[in-house]
Write a protein that binds this ligand. Structure first.
Ligand code: 5AD
Ligand code: SF4
Length: 466
């Protein structure tokens, strides 16, 4: 989900505002990945347990939070712009508390930079420190300076049972682990999110059981930077395949999704477990990052294009109709035309259902930032365009092969572009639009059967059969 989508979705929830001006209000800007989406649900939950209610916009909020991302420079630039824009609010309503949380503030030197560039911020709070939010608000309201709490690696606890205000009632994000140990050479995540720490399986199971019991949650997404290495730090021994087998037993007609998977840890046992379980959806997000072995090595990805190809072959053999999506970075330092063509070649050979393509962004402090052969911005953009146009025709082709098929979809909400249309998803995570009826009781989380009538690159159109 894009940051824009996430803010829009959060806004929808914020519409149920309480007009009573005595009640304090909050507004959260969320940027980045699903883990951040979930962290914002915890930030919101904490605020609501202090008596705050959501406000319609940042302008009338008593507390404004930025839950930040730093995976690419473009996200950071956008966040700094937005932080700058709330300076006016602070000037007009000095009681407003402005907090910057999450990944960006965890970057070495960033806290200082934030304080210098945006002195109107009241507090800075690092990742894995959401439980300290009430304390920070209290401190900030009594201080004239920017106060901060940033937990370093050894002090990052996994806090269970924090209050959460979930954005959607029909689906839930469930983090199963925090941090990352992979140190892909371009990636800042291990530096800002710390080392891998798995949640105890019983805590995960209990959280899901509670959601399933109330029967409102229809879809569960297990989250982690690299879910395939779940449990490596736990004893007694458990791995991700064991965990999803357990979750499947309690899922009771729910959909189970998971992300993100690292190809190097995707075991045959996991493939078999996915194919044997009933509720785990047939969609695997499996980032390749590059189709060139030379670049994969420089990226420290620990697999070759041949390994990836073999893995996809096994997955497709064992899990019928599976959809596989990926992430690709173009313009990594030292990427030659030949390396790029290797990626294009793999795009054509693998035929991913969809690929999220990114221009390489230099992240200070990562090994790639010090590598030779930076690619100029024009060339990066040209490569991105070429890759996207190849992938788009493949996505269209895979979608077209579904025209005429009968599919089960889950309603997610009203289409963003047309209020007469429902947006829904197949188990394979394809977006399917279907017309709304004049009067109906359909609601998000309902499952319907549709027939696919038309395919576009990112969307399928359908008519209802049930
Ligand atoms: N530059 C560009 N893209 C990046 N990603 C991670 N780090 C960078 C970077 N420095 C991409 C990867 C990852 C996705 C979440 O973001 O493709 O899978
Ligand atoms: Fe970053 Fe690699 Fe970890 Fe993913 S697996 S978060 S790309 S270091």
């Amino acid at each position: 989900m894009s940051p824009e989508d996430s803010n829009r979705a959060m806004n929808n929830r914020q519409r149920k505002i309480n007009q009573d001006s005595d009640i304090p209000t909050y507004y959260i800007f969320t940027y980045g990945c699903q883990m951040n989406e979930h962290d914002s649900e915890i930030l919101a939950g904490q605020l609501e347990s202090l008596g705050y209610v959501p406000s319609e916009s940042e302008k009338e909020a008593d507390v404004i939070l930025f839950n930040t991302c730093c995976v690419r420079e473009s996200a950071e630039r956008k966040i700094y712009g937005k932080i700058g824009s709330v300076k006016k609010i602070k000037k007009e309503q000095p009681h407003t508390i402005i907090g910057v949380c999450g990944c960006m503030v965890q970057k070495p030197g960033e806290e200082k930079r934030l304080k210098e560039k945006a002195p109107h911020i009241d507090f800075v709070l690092g990742t894995d420190a959401m439980h300290l939010l009430p304390e920070m608000i209290d401190k900030a309201s009594r201080s004239n300076n920017t106060v901060s709490r940033i937990l370093e690696n050894e002090n990052r606890p996994i806090i269970e049972h924090l209050p959460k205000t979930r954005k959607d009632s029909f689906r839930a994000w469930i983090p199963i682990m925090h941090g990352c140990n992979n140190f892909c050479s371009y990636c800042i995540v291990p530096y800002v999110r710390g080392r891998e720490r798995s949640r105890q399986p019983q805590n995960i199971i209990n959280e899901i059981k509670e959601l399933v019991e109330h029967d409102r949650t229809k879809e569960i997404t297990l989250l982690g930077q690299n879910v395939n290495s779940y449990g490596a730090d736990l004893s007694p021994e458990i791995d991700f395949a064991d965990l999803i087998a357990e979750v499947d037993k309690i899922a009771n007609r729910k959909r189970i999704r998971f992300m993100t998977s690292h190809p190097k840890d995707f075991s045959q046992k996991l493939i078999e477990t996915i194919s044997e379980t009933k509720h785990v959806c047939e969609h695997i997000h499996l980032p390749i990052q590059s189709g060139s072995n030379r670049i994969l090595k420089r990226m420290n990805r620990k697999y070759t294009r041949e390994d990836y190809f073999e893995l996809v072959k096994n997955i497709r053999e064992e899990i019928p109709n599976v959809s596989i999506t990926t992430d690709i970075i173009v313009g990594f330092p030292g990427e030659t035309e030949e390396d790029f063509l290797d990626t294009v070649d793999l795009v054509e050979k693998i035929e991913w259902d969809a690929a999220f393509t990114f221009v390489y962004s230099n992240r200070g402090g990562t090994p790639a930032a010090a590598m030779s052969g930076p690619i100029d911005e024009e060339k990066k953009k040209k490569r991105l365009q070429e890759l996207m146009s190849r992938q788009n025709s493949i996505s269209l082709k895979t979608n077209q092969s579904l025209v005429g098929h009968k599919m089960e979809v889950m309603i997610e909400g009203v289409s963003k572009t047309n209020p007469q249309v429902w947006a829904s998803r197949t188990r394979t995570n394809k977006l399917v639009l279907l017309p709304k009826k004049e009067e109906e009781s359909t609601k998000p989380g309902d499952e319907l059967t549709v027939r696919i009538t038309e395919a576009r690159t990112w969307t399928l159109f359908s008519k209802r059969l049930s």
